[in-house]
Design a protein around this ligand. Structure first.
Ligand SMILES: [Fe+2]
Length: 393
């Protein structure tokens, strides 16, 4: 018992609430930072949110640089350009504003500001991530979606043009110093993106819960977050202005990223392949793969899925764990259909001829290594075929 060392790191300072954004200049002052690089994407750069942030910096008399060109699935080129902006602007810290993509880029810019060489040298699949050395320039993360939880995570996911797939860079030093969570920043998120990012958060929590590692703090956090998703995701998708639902989803996303310090599972390997090969939005890719993966894992994770069922408000009294687990899978399917997730990979526009390539890319991805049931390349192809045909029934 307890022969493996568990590793717990939860150091990000979190400020949560409407108008939390307004605290940014004060937090930068506390950190002793004077010249931030703001990393964001094109949509936000042109939005009122980025303008409001810039206005706060101007009023505080801070000089800053904005890098506003992060792509939807950020690649090495985005990182290189952002790093160049950091250096040419003489910046001393990074403010990430946006969904997972800008936040992930913000975190690796901080890594490369003091660690030399190519980002690929610090990838988790080569073991290079353990060579990252600090102290890193502080990162303040301001999410505008409720999905990745990158604002408290120790990982970034970047697409390598050389490898033709995504890779992960992870190190506890990469956790942002401060996360500002302002639910009002998510009210403009369209219903489809609300649904996709919300299912990403759900997938993080479910996969973290099923990783076989002794990590009771993460498990407790995942359970509460699944409860929030079950209760609030449909509300947030239907009523964009529902701040109570938006706030709970924002917290569920944050909690998911804390929980997946335990690691993730096969749904994320499949989702990373779908984004790399087909350019599919990450949360949608998870949504299309989660149910087939839950079915694949149902025996190995019956006990954990029974917990998921209870988080969805299902009374499992008198059921075996396996029976309760089946009700959890049905509850997840029902939620997907309520929020308008397409019924299959085929319906989402994936070509059947890409499935073999997708299974190869998914097999190269490290997330399935911590799936509760080991996966072969053929298992991954079988799961993709199931997701291609239908996610329900
Ligand atoms: Fe994810």
């Amino acid at each position: 018992m307890f022969e493996t060392i568990s590793h717990f790191t939860f150091p990000t300072e979190i400020f949560f609430g409407v108008n939390a954004l307004k605290g940014l200049p004060g937090h930068l002052d506390t950190l002793g930072m004077k010249t931030p690089l703001v990393v964001t994407d094109r949509g936000l750069r042109e939005s009122g949110i980025c303008a409001a942030l810039e206005s706060l910096l101007v009023k505080a008399g801070l000089s800053y640089t904005v890098f506003g060109d992060v792509g939807a699935n950020p690649c090495d080129g985005d990182v290189a350009s952002a790093l160049e902006a950091f250096r040419s602007g003489g910046c001393d810290c990074v403010v990430g504003l946006g969904g997972g993509s800008p936040l992930d880029v913000a975190k690796v810019v901080s890594v490369l500001a003091v660690n030399h060489g190519d980002l690929l040298e610090y990838a988790i699949h080569t073991g290079g991530h353990v060579t990252i050395r600090g102290p890193l320039p502080p990162v303040v993360a301001i999410p505008t979606t409720s999905g990745t939880g990158s604002e408290v995570g120790r990982c970034s996911v970047i697409t390598s043009k050389t490898l033709g797939r995504k890779y992960m860079v992870c190190n506890p030093l990469m956790m942002p110093s401060i996360a500002l969570l302002d639910p009002s920043l998510t009210v403009g998120l369209p219903p489809a993106l609300t649904a996709y990012t919300g299912i990403d958060a759900l997938t993080h929590n479910i996969e973290a819960l099923t990783v076989k590692e002794f990590h009771p703090m993460c498990d407790a956090i995942a359970e509460k977050a699944i409860e929030f998703v079950a209760r609030y995701l449909e509300r947030a998708a239907r009523n964009p202005d529902d701040l109570e639902a938006r706030g709970h989803m924002m917290m569920a996303a944050l909690m998911g990223a804390v929980a997946f310090q335990k690691d993730l599972g096969t749904a994320h390997s499949l989702a990373h392949a779908l984004s790399s090969v087909c350019g599919m939005q990450h949360g949608l890719a998870n949504a299309l793969c989660l149910v087939p993966v839950m079915r694949f894992n149902v025996t190995a994770s019956a006990k954990e899925y029974a917990v998921v069922a209870r988080c969805f408000g299902i009374s499992t009294f008198g059921m075996t764990d396996l029976e309760a687990a089946q009700t959890a899978i049905s509850a997840v399917e029902d939620l997907m259909s309520c929020i308008g997730i397409p019924g299959s990979l085929a319906a989402a526009g994936v070509a059947e001829s890409d499935l073999t390539l997708l299974s190869d890319k998914a097999f190269e991805d490290s997330c399935h290594l911590t799936n509760p049931r080991p996966c072969t390349r053929d298992d991954l192809l079988m799961l993709l075929r199931q997701a291609y045909e239908t996610t329900s029934g």
